[in-house]
Design a protein around this ligand. Structure first.
Ligand code: FE2
Length: 141
């Protein structure tokens, strides 16, 4: 079975840019990892790559969220509790997905789940991370 990529590429387009260098660069790392997986799928290497990518995402999401949460705590961000709750949940989902791929092996279904988690993250970036970055920039809401 070949895992075929969809044609969508993940990009930090202007509407997804928070304007905070660290946050944006970490978002790019996450998107690049998923794009690399899609490229691997296009060249028939998806099965090999999917587990590695899921493990990378699980680790890097941990690091990235910890960095965002540090910024929030240091700057007394008022929406920390809700933002943190989202992070906790999302980390758990990604970790479960990486574990499932390790246990059951690669499949189209799991690739689809990576794509849907990417959409969830994009939505979070568009609303919550942009709101956070605006707060960090202005010192207020
Ligand atoms: Fe976030």
């Amino acid at each position: 079975m070949t895992i075929r990529a969809n044609t969508k590429r993940y990009e930090v387009t202007p509407d997804l840019e928070t304007g905070h260098d660290l946050i944006d660069s970490e978002h790019r790392m996450l998107f690049d990892a998923i794009n690399d997986l899609m490229d691997a799928c296009s060249s028939g290497q998806g099965r090999k790559k999917i587990g590695e990518t899921a493990d990378f995402l699980a680790d890097y999401v941990d690091k990235h969220f910890a960095d965002e949460e540090d910024l929030q705590r240091k700057n007394h961000y008022p929406h920390y509790p809700a933002h943190h709750d989202f992070h906790v949940n999302y980390k758990e989902k990604i970790r479960e997905l990486a574990d499932a791929i390790r246990e059951d092996g690669p499949s189209v279904k799991r690739l689809g789940e990576i794509n849907s988690q990417a959409s969830v993250l994009i939505n979070h970036i568009r609303h919550e991370d942009k709101r956070l970055a605006a707060y960090l920039r202005n010192g207020t809401e």
